[in-house]
Design a protein around this ligand. Sequence first.
Ligand SMILES: Nc1nc2c(c(=O)[nH]1)N[C@H]1C(S)=C(S)[C@@H](COP(=O)(O)OP(=O)(O)OC[C@H]3O[C@@H](n4cnc5c(=O)[nH]c(N)nc54)[C@H](O)[C@@H]3O)O[C@H]1N2
Ligand SMILES: Nc1nc2c(c(=O)[nH]1)N[C@H]1C(S)=C(S)[C@@H](COP(=O)(O)OP(=O)(O)OC[C@H]3O[C@@H](n4cnc5c(=O)[nH]c(N)nc54)[C@H](O)[C@@H]3O)O[C@H]1N2
Ligand code: SF4
Ligand SMILES: [Mo]
Length: 864
Amino acid sequence: MTVVRTTCPYCGVGCGIKAQVTGPRDVTIKGDDAHPANAGRLCSKGTHLGETVGLEGRLLYPQIGNEQAEWDEALTLIASRFSDAVRDHGPDSVAFYVSGQILTEDYYVANKLMKGFIGSANIDTNSRLCMASAVAAHNRAFGEDVVPVSYGDLEQAELILLVGSNTAWCHPVIWQRIEAARTKTGAKLVVIDPRRTETAECADLHVPVAADGDVALFNALLMDMQTRGLVDANYLAQHVDVPEGFWNSLSGSAAAAGISEADFAALTDLVAAHPKMVTLFSMGVNQSTSGTDKANAIINLHLATGRIGKVGAGPFSMTGQPNAMGGREVGGLASMLAVHMGFSDEECAAAQHYWQSPTIARAPGLKAVDMFRAVHDGRIKALWVMGTNPAVSMPDAGFVREALDKCEFLVVSEVMAEGDTAAYADVKLPALAWGEKAGMVTNSERLMSRQRSLFDAPGEAKPDWWALAEVGKRMGYRAAFDFDGPAAVFREYAGQTAFRNDGRRKLDLGAWAEISDGEYHEWQPAQWGGASPFADATFTHNGGKAKLVAVRPPETRPMNAAQPLTLNTGRYRDQWHTMTRTGLSPRLSQHRREALIEIHPADAAIYGVTDGGLARVHSAAGEAVFRVYITDAQRRGEIFAPMHWTDQFAGGGRCNRIVDSAIDPVSHQPGFKNNAAAIAPVAPEWRAFLVSREAPILPALLYWSKSRVAGGWLTEMAGADNIDLDRMLPVGERMEAVDMKRGMRRIAVQDADGRLSAALFLTRSGSLPPRDWIAAQLVSGDDSDAPSLLAARPRTPAPDKGPIVCVCFDVGTKQILQAVTQQQACTVEAVGRALNAGTNCGSCRPAIAKLIASCEAEIQEAAE
Ligand SMILES: Nc1nc2c(c(=O)[nH]1)N[C@H]1C(S)=C(S)[C@@H](COP(=O)(O)OP(=O)(O)OC[C@H]3O[C@@H](n4cnc5c(=O)[nH]c(N)nc54)[C@H](O)[C@@H]3O)O[C@H]1N2
Ligand SMILES: Nc1nc2c(c(=O)[nH]1)N[C@H]1C(S)=C(S)[C@@H](COP(=O)(O)OP(=O)(O)OC[C@H]3O[C@@H](n4cnc5c(=O)[nH]c(N)nc54)[C@H](O)[C@@H]3O)O[C@H]1N2
Ligand code: SF4
Ligand SMILES: [Mo]
């Protein structure tokens, strides 16, 4: 059995994996202890990758219309449609919309084809929704998109600020490194987030900033540092350009940031006392109509206090996707040309010369939101979407769907056959998925690692770079796209970063421009720019100085009586984006089975929504239906919805139905986290759930949401009218129990072998039984004679675990609370010893800590 060293396909932490292939589509996953990013650690998503490598639902053959086609036919069609559009309407009539989840080689070929050979810069990526504000801020401050720090700095810092980041859920291995460092060094942790997330629960200080209060907050911090005499005048004089009137223009305050004076004082005291400070930030900063200014406000604070380029200090924008950084390097954003070059005559000439290309893009292209507007109004005739699901993930997704529908020619490169975006495709191309494809990714700290293949290509799936290169050849550019493998693409890319660079840009991979196929195969993780690219305090701007950027707090959104709430959106611990992969895993589906709308108890009372009930949220963009979760972790007046659910998993729970497409004026990144919205209860006539071996085909309903369980599906439903639910049930032997008084119906269906194939529980006014035991009967079955099933009561009752917290060992809330209160397991470690919970991937450790904290009173009592 071979062990392959590869990299996790999820987040930008970029953890190394040791994958032991145990069968044709089976793999055992372990963290790679030799990988510098994670030293053996993995979170829940990485740990359970093995559950997502099956071929269920995969797109395995090219399709034209919905008919299977030959690759040659599909590629020739794409080349001719793109060529026709360029001939008839010019290069800007076509576009690529790609992803931080494709590999560096894929990205390089896409960028080269669009900018050098088609001659347009209409290539943008989902990184526009993710990192664009950080990129723009880096360019404004440093003159180049360079992350100034490394993970190692977290272990050296005295103070870590997390801004707009739910690190414990979204960058869990960075989180684990922070937690380990805090234990060792006593470093302080501050979380600046409107919500009291699990990350915030663990902090020394939680600053519940108001939506988009960050510029006001960081400006106020900088003013406070100036008052205290903590601005580093020497560093500024030697290494930073300070614009005229900068200090007088600064405005901001605790009140403007929406926080108390006490919280502000606590924060400034910490910042003043600890020069070794790292500020990590992600989507709460970037995804905002003031995102670029927020990032610059953070960078200003670091530059002005000289807290950059030194061990344990610097601003640190985390990347979301595994190769968001690789995409930024090759230049896959419409706002860059290539390899950190912009569109000056000199840079255009350099790129054209290096590519020996017939043409070159001379100005920035359309950025995501504008690109779909151009598709909608017919300016874009042909669009190629690769590795992203814009029908779900773009703001105002209803508009984006109209655009996709209208698009004259839409190509979608996918790994899944059915998807919200793929539904609109004229041509679908089957891509290699993680575990099959091979190439390079760059993580948040500029560390380049290899993804390596574990399995043979299934069906006719091919690498994305190959499909792009084949289209390039068929458009007439045979020599320029004649690559014999990813190593050849990588060499050409590395060469471009060095071409006419002469030390002007930090991104220089010239040392790898000639590596052999063998060396590429054996590649060990390597960091470009070194651990601290600004250690010498020279920046990329002409003259070598960084720049402070004068930024003002944004205007607050005018109060709107019809939509009085602020809608914030984001992520769950165990789901990845649009769920095309994590949604396949029964274990990962346990953490949050449905999309919840989180709301403060006082607001819930005002708007009449109840915990566990349903609510409709509406905004100017549209409406969506969610399960209600009442929690005082929300600020008053703010609600939170997850971004993950698609039309494949829920009817109406897609949050970008209700997020509008307002963008940051500098980066053009959408402000996903601050929308005006309203909420109202939904009162269904009936509620039901279905446990089934096969995915059900659902009629139109007021609400439905399905999730994976071992051996099948669990579907929650609610409706207004009488609907013939029986049609959803498979054929087989049926048992039924009806309780007219409570309007309860229970039906179980067994197959010919007497195994449960489906169970439906419906009620009009009563409550529904717990789902877990019933769902478990799809696989265990030994306990499930018809009467106990219909009574929803096992013959040998097992204790109710409560909602599952630890998905690795199936440990629930109730078990943990019991261990805490009855076995005095009062630390996360003690709970681990008692129940194993939290001892594998560690993703649930913050949740366990929170449960322990919730028992504090009882623990005290017991101790007395
Ligand atoms: N489990 C999981 N992990 C992931 C992903 C996933 O889908 N699932 N996706 C990956 C990707 S691509 C990305 S981009 C990252 C994102 O990682 P994060 O940025 O950590 O994730 P989000 O949940 O989008 O948003 C973070 C926080 O920003 C807060 N926020 C909202 N508005 C504001 C504001 O005005 N100011 C401040 N200071 N905070 C605010 C939200 O309340 C939220 O808790 O995660 C990566 N990792
Ligand atoms: N409301 C709201 N919306 C958001 C966000 C938010 O916080 N709130 N966050 C935004 C952010 S930061 C991001 S990064 C985006 C993410 O949004 P998307 O990029 O749309 O999400 P994914 O589900 O990761 O989409 C990847 C698609 O590519 C397919 N795929 C996987 N591997 C491959 C491959 O190797 N090749 C090809 N060709 N296809 C592949 C998958 O099946 C899937 O359909 O969402 C954005 N949208
Ligand atoms: S933190 Fe988790 S999701 Fe991110 S790379 Fe590591 S294992 Fe993968
Ligand atoms: Mo992202």
